[in-house]
Design a protein around this ligand. Sequence first.
Ligand code: ADP
Ligand code: MG
Length: 223
Amino acid sequence: MSDDLIVQAQGLSKVYRRGSESVRALWRADLRVIRGQFIAVAGASGSGKTTLLNLLGCLDRPSSGSYRLNGREVAGLSERELVGIRRREVGFVFQQFHLIPTLTVRENVQLPRMFGAQAADRTDELIDRVGLAHRRRHLPRQLSGGEMQRVAIARALANHPALLLADEPTGNLDTATGRQVVEMLRGLSASGLAVVVVTHNPAIARQADQILNLTDGLIREEG
Ligand code: ADP
Ligand code: MG
């Protein structure tokens, strides 16, 4: 199998129980993402976008189906094994940035390394790469929204992941700043990452190699 195939999901489903009811949050999803690809996930609120992202990021386990990440089947792994995989192989970016307010830019970017990362320390290089060399010692509250999201992107790259997942990364940004963040994500995919972005932003969707539209847990491909 090709090393370029980062995500390979087949029949991936997640069913939540709510009392006597069950909710098909994701139903029999098939998905392949290779290195360098930029995938957008669109769909109404409640359609299963976050569920899909959480499964791809090993934050959650599927109810059924197969998920190979970097060629390794992860669907049956224990929570402990999943923790290791998501630290080493996946980077996450969220709408609310999730920076630690009492840590500087540099410390925030360095944080994932404190959890037993093996990769070489690339903190300063990553901060340069997202254009924040002049902000290393600043605290999150001293930054703009766009800068905070760039710190979050640098942090997501700290352990040199193959897969970058972003859930509404421009949801809290104005249009121009959001566009810069999209450009940055696009650039990262061009440099060899597999990138999957959940978004309502048509500007992001336009940049994508492929758009996955979710409706009630069902994926429909587009473009
Ligand atoms: P989206 O991100 O597109 O808004 P989600 O993936 O968060 O959608 O949710 C998909 C469906 O699954 C929704 O009906 C939601 O209510 C349900 N759901 C999500 N998480 C849970 C959970 N932990 N327990 C029960 N139902 C959930
Ligand atoms: Mg969501």
